[in-house]
Design a binder for this molecule. Sequence first.
Ligand code: I3S
Length: 169
Amino acid sequence: CPSSPKPPTSPSEKCGVLNVTKITEHGKKVRKNWTSSWTVLQGSTLLFAKGQGGGTSWPYYHSGSLPEFLLSLLSNWRPSAKKRPAVSYGCSGLDRASSFGGGQSKPEFTVDLRGGSVDWASKDKSSKKHVIEVKTRQGTELLIQSENDVLINDWYRALQDTISTHAWE
Ligand code: I3S
């Protein structure tokens, strides 16, 4: 019987809101500073944009008023974005346009996952639940967390897939 198409072994793109803090930078311990960040996984790069005015109930990554935000969504809308099917991990063109592509948020920082590692953080790293620890070859250690266990498990798998796919680059 004909073989059905296989899902990609690694996500090409994934995005969403996660809580993040660095704990080490260039191999040196830094003070924790948990922030809610718009997070994008693109290829082997993980990008974070800090939410402006953090903790607001509507999309935090836009700095203007709600009507301005709605207008910006409309102006970012492209027919091609509508036609493009969502990629397997659910980061649509519209999501991207209203985050980095729309010019409203610049990535606060990015990490290169090639040669890095990902694991569930031990209790001594954080008192929070559902915490992922990411270590990069450049000596950055990050904690990534969400209260949503389905969402965080999804990220864990995506990060693991990405790291194993790019392990030898
Ligand atoms: O590992 P730590 O230092 O106990 O982490 C906590 C502190 O960073 C704390 O900030 P202050 O030291 O400025 O009070 C944060 O508010 C906590 O969230 C940190 O712990 P968790 O366990 O939430 O990662």
